[in-house]
Design a protein around this ligand. Structure first.
Ligand code: ATP
Ligand code: MG
Length: 275
């Protein structure tokens, strides 16, 4: 066997061994960018952690890692030791790994291409010492192209995918692609979340549908996948992301926080039914 092949096998075996200690691996995907995958990943992680689970987030968005910023961890560096690379601990003890922790400066884009990029990511993933986790949430790069596909293929035995969409008709079209993407990878679709579903007026509390709300629910029915919930467009959600304090930690009694909790309960239930 050639050296390169041997190294590859060894990395894959190491990754598999490490992933065995993670009970549930869930990918957060979307057909297109900017629909709120990262902010939703962060808040779902916090909702799970507040139920007492040990949680990790893998920010697999190589070109636009945004999880560290949303958790107030931007600028941190990964520490390494003999067993490998240790994740950075964020709010509620959530363990975080992101390409952002490896980049030399804020402005540095990652310009590795194709196979080289994947080999760096494979190496990187096989080196991370997650330890025992109940949940690992994986925030994928946007879309259903080569990059999210390659990252997903590196990770063995995913438990499910959560698909994020916004309620415009254009987004509904790409949701179908995301569902097909998950199905092709043989990953069960845990459900669809409709983000920016409606706006809550900060003055009077009225709920205003900016887009035509309800598309997410309709498409879930059409595709026979569960509908997990509608998250409102709330300036405080955006602000919390920008300030690096997770929304549900700062506003645990708010309506959106309750919705995140309900979504987590649904995910828990459907994972229990599977086992
Ligand atoms: N429900 C919401 N209310 C207010 N702001 C939101 C909401 N959802 C997302 N945002 C904001 O919209 C922006 C885009 O969200 P986010 O980065 O999570 O999207 P994404 O799908 O991960 O994007 P990308 O595809 O680039 O990775 C962020 O600034 C985020 O804080
Ligand atoms: Mg993102």
């Amino acid at each position: 066997m050639s050296n390169a092949l041997e190294k590859l096998r060894e990395q894959e075996a190491r990754l598999r061994e490490r992933m065995k200690k993670v009970k549930h691996k869930i990918a957060v995907i979307s057909g297109k960018g900017g629909v709120g995958k990262s902010i939703i990943t962060v808040n779902l992680a916090m909702a799970l952690a507040s139920k007492g689970y040990s949680v990790g987030i893998l920010d697999a968005d190589i070109h636009g890692p945004s999880i560290p910023k949303m958790l107030g961890l931007h600028g941190m560096r990964l520490q390494s030791g003999p067993p490998g690379v240790f994740p950075v601990k964020g709010p509620m003890d959530v363990k975080v790994v992101s390409m952002d922790f490896l980049l030399p400066s804020e402005e540095s884009p990652v310009i590795w291409r194709g196979p080289l990029k994947m080999s760096v990511i494979r190496q990187f993933l096989s080196d991370v010492v997650w330890g025992s986790l109940d949940f690992l949430l994986i925030d994928l790069p946007p879309g259903t192209g080569d990059e999210p596909l390659s990252v997903m293929q590196l990770l063995p035995e995913m438990d499910g995918a959560v698909i994020v969409t916004i309620p415009s008709e254009v987004s509904q079209l790409v949701v179908k692609k995301a569902v097909v993407f998950a199905r092709e990878l043989k990953i069960p679709v845990l459900g669809i979340i409709e983000n920016m579903s409606y706006f809550i007026c900060p003055n009077c509390g009225a709920e205003i549908n900016i887009f035509q709300s309800g598309g997410g629910e309709k498409i879930a029915k059409e595709l026979s996948v569960p509908f997990l919930g509608k998250i409102p467009l709330d300036p405080k959600i955006c602000e919390s992301g920008d300030k690096g304090v997770p929304f549900i930690v700062k506003h645990p009694e708010s309506k959106p926080a309750k919705i995140f909790e309900e979504i987590v309960n649904k995910i828990e239930k459907s994972l229990k039914e599977k086992t």
